[in-house]
Design a protein. Sequence first.
Length: 269
Amino acid sequence: MELYYAPLFSGSSGNCVFVGCENARLIVDAGVSGARICKSLSDIGVRADELNGILVTHEHADHIQSVGILSRKYDLPIYATSGTWMGMEKKIGHVESKNIRLIDPEREFSIGNITVLPFSTPHDALDPVGYSFQLGVSCFALATDIGCVKESWLKYALEADSVLLEANYDPDMLRAGPYPYDLKKRILSRKGHLSNDDSGLAAAKLIGSGTKHIILGHLSKENNFPELALRSVEGILYSEGIDANADVEIEVAKRDAITGLFQVRSGWK
Ligand SMILES: [Zn+2]
Ligand SMILES: [Zn+2]
């Protein structure tokens, strides 16, 4: 059985990633409209009523916009930490009690043949998590909305063959840009987002531990653009002695379209 994933939407304006195998189909976050998510799912051959659940990373609007709507329409369980439930309860509308699934960071659970492991991330939300997904020897990790590079979350991504890694902003664009001072301070803080350079440092560690495929995601619309994110990360890798063209496959997730449907191959590792 193979493990697949597809970033459907990625960026500060809304996030949703499909993860699945033959007997389990999930989405992580639902930060754009339900109609757009259903259309993207159908474009990769998945019907929304076939989903087995929605996993939520945290309660920010770019991750939860249609979580409640999709759960009600397709009778889908929602998996989230108690802090995330507290933060999103009032925003997502009524959810049937059978569809409220509480999860704990660092405690794995299974959906079909996929083993899901949520891990805590440093971000200014109530109890945010990233996720790793394991099927046999294949592993995919999702690590976005992360304030700084730390062993506490990185160790989970290091296990993965393929990682969706945040590269949120270019520090110079952020500092010179139009955001109010408090928002700039929040993004730059250790509970904000990963800069392109942070992302490069994390990518170097991932590649050092065998990760062969990295998708840079959750780019800021105002303070970054795809070529800059890629060039910055490749620059950091180069300074760490890694040839981004030879040692790894790196690409940038699309903001408003499907980036691709990827099979996680342990051969990547
Ligand atoms: Zn976000
Ligand atoms: Zn966030």
